[in-house]
Design a protein around this ligand. Structure first.
Ligand SMILES: [Zn+2]
Length: 429
């Protein structure tokens, strides 16, 4: 289970957002999720505690967080009592028999054993776009998706500088391998929400025998295995989302940032926690990228645009590199914000089908298919992938505005990108 901070009246930040999300889903809070622990949150928490047999102190400590956890993951474990059926459980928990069946493939509904456990998906979607996607919330989403859709697989590509798991998730059983990653850049974490929400919608469609973006989910599942790394740079995301607000790594990041007064802190932070840009770390034109960024003044650790002392120096980029080499990806997409642009080319390479696939991505999203600007045309993941494999690799700049984009943009970003994410699954076949 993810570790949660104690929050109380006067607290602010992403843990309060999670508290408010859980209280809202549990039916105790109806005001806006704003990350500020005020009177309404306090009263809602006390009502929740009373109804769950906890001391109503209005403080979210370990026992209270444990009781709230099903409302963060969207799934709970129910101990079977005499008379329970999937139908009665669905009614009492506000879910469906089909959702319970999906979450319990090994259980025979006609033969439930009293005292045994059944996973009950609750009556809301796991992945919320009402809270910032911190590394902690990523863990809840991963736990909830795995509990509700046991055919998903979780793996790991390694660990970040601060030791956070570089979570990978897989769906599908096809021999065609496709890889989507997000949040190389810390203040672009809304792209993590995008990949997780897409995974949830796809998994739900597959479980229900339905479709996604008009394509039969079962067919996609049989043709392609989709590999996701939803958060390449979790330490940086923790900094930008204010999950990380103290300690030596935080203090050092703030010191690094102080030398760049024109870049807001922490909102302008794109780098990993040591001030190296994870998308300027790949061995494809790294020396050229170094020259360009050094000329711009990024000669040492910085909130953005510092290429590092050598390619693949930081564990986050090295993990993506090794993960890619350990697979046989036919197509990759790296999600960034912002600009509503699709970059498809690197240097002189034009991988077969790459342009045509890019045109179809542009047509389903309304985004513009474009050549990469020379100043940022090296050492990125797409660049290395294309140069190494000569296969279609894309950088997707989702949304418009100043990163971090507000969650109010999420519905539009999702609507724009569901087609790209779906077409990408079979585009090279
Ligand atoms: Zn970016």
């Amino acid at each position: 289970m993810a570790e949660l901070k104690i929050v109380r009246s006067g607290s602010r930040g992403p843990y309060v957002e999670l508290l408010q999300l859980a209280l809202t889903r549990a039916g105790f809070l109806s005001s806006e999720i704003d990350g500020v622990f005020g009177r309404l949150t306090f009263e809602a928490l006390r009502r929740f505690q009373t109804s769950h047999g906890l001391a109503p102190d209005g403080i979210a400590g370990p026992l209270t967080w444990r009781a709230l956890t099903p409302y963060l993951t969207g799934a709970l474990r129910h101990t079977i009592r005499p008379g329970d059926t999937f139908y009665t459980l669905a009614r009492s928990y506000g879910t469906t028999v089909g959702a319970i069946e999906t979450a319990n493939p090994g259980l025979d509904p006609g033969n439930l054993r009293v005292g045994g456990a059944v996973t009950v998906p609750l009556g809301f979607e796991v992945v919320s776009a009402d809270v910032r996607l911190t590394p902690t919330y990523l863990e809840f989403c991963a736990d909830g998706l795995l509990a509700r859709y046991p055919f998903l697989r979780r793996g790991s590509a390694g660990r970040s500088v601060m030791g956070r798991d570089l979570v990978t998730l897989e769906i599908g059983e096809g021999s065609n391998q496709v890889f989507y990653n997000a949040s190389h850049h810390a203040n672009e974490w809304i792209t993590s929400t995008l990949l997780l929400k897409y995974l949830e919608k796809y998994a739900r469609a597959y479980a229900a025998g339905g479709s996604i973006f008009g394509r039969d989910a079962g067919s996609l599942y049989g043709l392609t295995t989709l590999f996701l790394m939803p958060m390449v740079n979790p330490d940086g995301v923790a900094l930008v989302t204010e999950e990380l607000t103290s300690g030596t790594y935080y203090t050092r990041a703030r010191e690094i940032s102080a030398a760049y007064p024109s870049i807001p802190f922490p909102n302008g932070w794109k780098a990993n926690i040591n001030g190296v840009d994870p998308n300027l770390q790949y061995p494809a034109g790294w020396t050229e990228a170094r020259e360009i960024k050094f000329a711009q003044g990024y000669v040492s650790p910085a909130p953005r645009d510092y290429v590092g002392a050598a390619p693949l120096e930081i564990p986050e980029s090295r993990a993506v590199y090794n993960y890619t080499r350990a697979h046989d990806f036919a197509l990759t997409i790296s999600y960034h914000t912002q600009g509503k642009v699709i970059y498809w080319k690197y240097d002189g390479y034009e991988p077969p089908k790459s342009y045509d696939i890019g045109v179809s991505f542009a047509s389903v999203s309304g985004y513009e298919l474009s050549l990469t600007p020379a100043a940022s045309g090296n050492a990125g993941y797409k660049d290395w992938y294309i140069a190494s494999y000569n296969r279609p690799g894309y950088t997707l700049e989702a949304g418009a505005g100043v990163s971090p984009l507000p969650l109010s943009q999420f519905p539009a970003i999702y609507a724009d990108n569901e087609g790209i994410l779906t077409l990408g699954l079979t585009a090279t076949l």
